[in-house]
Write a protein that binds this ligand. Structure first.
Ligand code: ZN
Ligand code: ZN
Length: 280
């Protein structure tokens, strides 16, 4: 059989999945509009007053004071998106309707739920979702707030420009996706949570920091614009877009999100080989 030499870029993403993420983006831009409209300053909700001299990451769950009503609204809307996305069968087993009822209860605080999870990974017994779905619910909920703070916070671009560690300087997350870009092929990491992007030495493992003299070992799948950097010291992996293999017309329109969800087969492959996101 003849192998196709055509590089698939951007990666194919199933329509339902694409729609789900587009709807999330819509929810996010709505909440961000409200943040601006109500003239809430980043400092009011947890961004430090002196970011240049503050310890990194800048955002700390214990110091966040997000608008509670907006948090609840986002969580409810995301619950609705999951309900629309799931099949009848999945819906029945997901307990999303019970979760929605819990959010509607006046005595229940979505803000507290979110903060306790971000701070101490607390998953309260009264919430009915299965662990992975709950994790996703919390991370999807914090994204519009963190990405707004990352964009609007004073000096955040300056901080990102000079940052060279592997964790996100704004929210502390360890990235799962990067791109090789520019003439020298510098490796830039992308934070899934707050959408911050920064440069990170391509000879270092982002999970354990070990330097490899020949660069990180990686695997690729056939003719593709993607590779997966792997580290045999900590068994960590990182998905990487090689922009040299992406036609130039796509460089400016690069969608991190489409690249991330369109390469889930690479996550599966990496896990099958015993690699994990993050140090074991
Ligand atoms: Zn981040
Ligand atoms: Zn490593």
């Amino acid at each position: 059989m003849k192998k196709s030499r055509q590089l698939t870029y951007p990666p194919p993403v199933a329509d339902g999945m694409k729609k789900f993420y587009e709807n999330l983006d819509e929810i996010y831009s709505q909440v961000q509009k409200n943040l601006t409209a109500e003239a809430i300053s980043p400092v009011d909700i947890g961004y430090p007053e002196n970011p240049a001299s503050a310890d990194k990451p800048l955002l700390r769950p214990g110091e966040l004071n997000l608008p509670g009503e907006e948090v609840e609204k986002v969580m409810l809307e995301i619950t609705g998106e999951f309900l629309g996305f799931f099949s009848e069968e999945e819906k029945k087993f997901s307990d999303l309707e019970e979760f929605r009822d819990l959010l509607a209860d006046d005595d229940f605080s979505a803000h507290e739920l979110l903060i306790n999870y971000l701070q101490d990974e607390i998953i309260p017994a009264e919430q009915p979702l299965e662990k992975n779905l709950f994790n996703q619910m919390m991370l999807f909920t914090i994204r519009p707030f963190f990405s707004w703070l990352a964009r609007e916070g004073e000096n955040s671009a300056k901080i990102t420009d000079s940052w060279r560690e592997s964790f996100c300087p704004i929210c502390g997350a360890i990235p799962e996706l990067a791109r090789l870009t520019g003439e020298r092929g510098e490796r830039r990491l992308w934070c899934w949570v707050c959408s911050t992007e920064w440069q990170y030495n391509r000879f270092y493992c982002p999970h354990c920091g070990e330097e490899k003299a020949d660069g990180q070992r990686y695997f690729t799948v056939e003719e593709s614009a993607y590779r997966v950097d792997v580290c045999d010291s900590c068994d960590g992996y990182l998905k990487v877009i090689d922009e040299e293999k992406v036609s130039e017309k796509h460089h400016d329109s690069l969608s991190w999100m489409i690249n991330d969800i369109g390469t889930q087969h690479l996550d599966r492959l990496a896990r099958q080989e015993g690699y994990e996101l993050g140090e074991k």
